[in-house]
Design a protein around this ligand. Structure first.
Ligand code: SF4
Ligand code: SF4
Length: 482
């Protein structure tokens, strides 16, 4: 019986890139590095315009325990510090002009590190949760003394459609992931590591098990999970693997568990063994508007417009204009020709026909939305100027056909949203409370416990944007201290 949790949905997986080897995306001429790539306080900028920095140079230092150091992802000159729009509002960015010499400034390797050395290295290297949450890892591992942790879970359940970066990492960097997991376990002082992987990634399970057997890692177990969304959500994963229920408004350490993502484990390995601060990550670039879909090592701070150019995403307002102009030009040429020049007219007409075909193709393949993360929990980007951060597991360039454009209608009280909700909430009642601005009732129906997985919106036949209601309710409840 596959290991499972209550609720959830089965969106089409659209994993177009699960067979694509990870390659390096050509670094951009300029990177735009935000000082907030994590949950918590923005880091404090410690460079100025004109400074020369190498890869791994500290650009902004953590401001308090729940914050993270930020590093340069290229070598070159700081050419600006500017506020730029992101999907989370306006954030200060450090702009660096790449000199393409790739000089590095890494830390020395730690051999046989102690628990304290590992924790310090993780903090020094700015490691944060790379599955999307962005919680600073050193703070997560600093568990209150009274809470006894007995299990470390490494989350390999990459359940969002399209995204394959963790899957590829498990196939291509298994040894490094396992070593990273062991460093985290040392930091937590636990000897029970469970790696949860969905059963649509049998090859990853096999690859990890091969290394575990070869190295005789008796403290690590790989467990196959049912492929279902949101299997990778923290509370659902803990339930599936341990049958422990994290109480409402509590964190996993309350049930003796800490969860870290696969990519976080890899980054911990790089921090401890290679001395590398967090300056790059693997990103799935996909969606119907992308020609060169794939999994890429991307330098943090790379703007979506540079990914778009590199991966040949079709964002073709400009190209549409060029083709339309060309059609007009050829038509004008035809108008000037006399009937006796039928051969040229025929040739021009055929060219116009081909251009119109191309125009039709471009209109259907054109990117109408860029999403940071997956289609269920990701954020729509405000502009192509936004940049990849430590939590960007994928950048999707989606066409009109791929996004749900149908307008919402009245709730028909079918209760499908309640059936699929993995947190056992009544999303339709929270939606109503949100519309009425009744935040007390929104709280009463459990808005605070919502994990924003998007299952309710996905299943709703009335196409109600329930996730937006959940987000708004959570925000208002927090703001009003209800
Ligand atoms: S109410 Fe929240 S937790 Fe429940 S399905 Fe909707 S988004 Fe997911
Ligand atoms: S799934 Fe949609 S239509 Fe059905 S009860 Fe929930 S909100 Fe209403």
């Amino acid at each position: 019986m596959p290991i499972n949790f209550p609720g959830g949905v089965y969106p089409p997986n659209k994993k177009f890139t699960n067979k694509k080897y990870i390659s390096e995306l050509t670094p951009a001429a300029k990177v735009y590095i935000p000082v907030v790539q994590h949950v918590g306080k923005p880091a404090k900028i410690c460079v100025k315009e004109g400074d020369y920095v190498k890869i791994g140079a500290l650009l902004a230092s953590a401001d308090g325990a729940v914050s993270a150091n930020i590093f340069s992802s290229v070598s070159g000159k700081v050419v600006g510090i500017e506020n730029r729009q992101t999907s989370n509002g306006e954030v200060a960015h450090i702009v660096i002009e790449n000199d393409f010499t790739d000089q590095t400034e890494f830390l020395p390797r730690l051999t046989n590190p102690t628990r304290e050395e590992i924790l310090k290295r993780i903090a020094d290297c700015g490691i944060v949760g790379m599955g999307g949450a962005g919680f600073p890892t050193a703070a997560k591992l600093d568990v209150p003394k009274d809470d006894k942790i007995d299990t470390l879970i490494i989350n390999g359940a990459e359940c969002e459609p399209y995204i394959t970066s963790d899957h590829r990492i498990m196939l291509e960097y298994p040894e490094q992931i396992l070593k990273g997991a062991k460093y985290i376990a040392t930091a937590l002082n636990v000897s029970n590591i469970i790696i949860g992987v969905e059963d649509n990634k049998d090859d990853a399970i096999e690859t990890l098990n091969k290394i575990i057997n070869l190295k005789n890692y008796t403290d690590i177990k790989v467990v196959s999970l049912k492929t279902k969304y949101p299997q990778g959500a923290e509370k659902q994963l803990i339930y599936s693997l341990t049958k422990r229920v994290v109480p409402a408004c509590e964190l996993p350490f309350k049930v003796g568990v800490v969860v870290n993502n696969i990519h976080t484990a890899l980054s911990v390995y790089y921090a401890v063994w290679e001395g590398q601060p967090l300056y790059r990550r693997v990103v799935t670039v996909s969606g119907g508007a992308v020609k060169n879909k794939g999994n890429y090592w991307v330098r943090l701070g790379t703007a979506y417009k540079d990914i778009l150019n590199e991966c040949k995403a079709v964002n073709l307002h400009e190209n549409i204009k060029i083709i339309q102009d060309s059609i007009r030009e050829k038509q004008a040429q035809i108008d000037k020709l006399s009937k006796s020049q039928s051969k040229q007219i025929k040739q021009l007409k055929s060219e116009i026909k081909n251009l119109k075909k191309e125009l039709d193709y471009i209109k259907t393949a054109q990117c109408v939305m860029i999403v940071n993360g997956g289609p269920m929990m990701g954020e729509a980007a405000k502009s192509i100027e936004e940049a990849v951060t430590a939590t960007t597991s994928s950048v999707l360039f989606l066409t009109r056909q791929e996004i749900n454009n149908i307008s919402p209608s009245q709730c028909i009280n079918c209760r499908k949203c309640a059936v699929v909700c993995p947190m056992k909430l009544m999303p339709m009642f929270i939606d109503l409370a949100c519309i009425a601005g009744d935040w007390e009732n929104a709280k009463k129906y459990g808005a605070v416990d919502c994990i924003l997985c998007g299952c309710c919106s996905y299943i709703c036949p009335a196409k109600r944007d329930l996730v937006s209601s959940m987000k708004k309710s959570k925000r208002m409840i927090a703001k009003r201290g209800i």
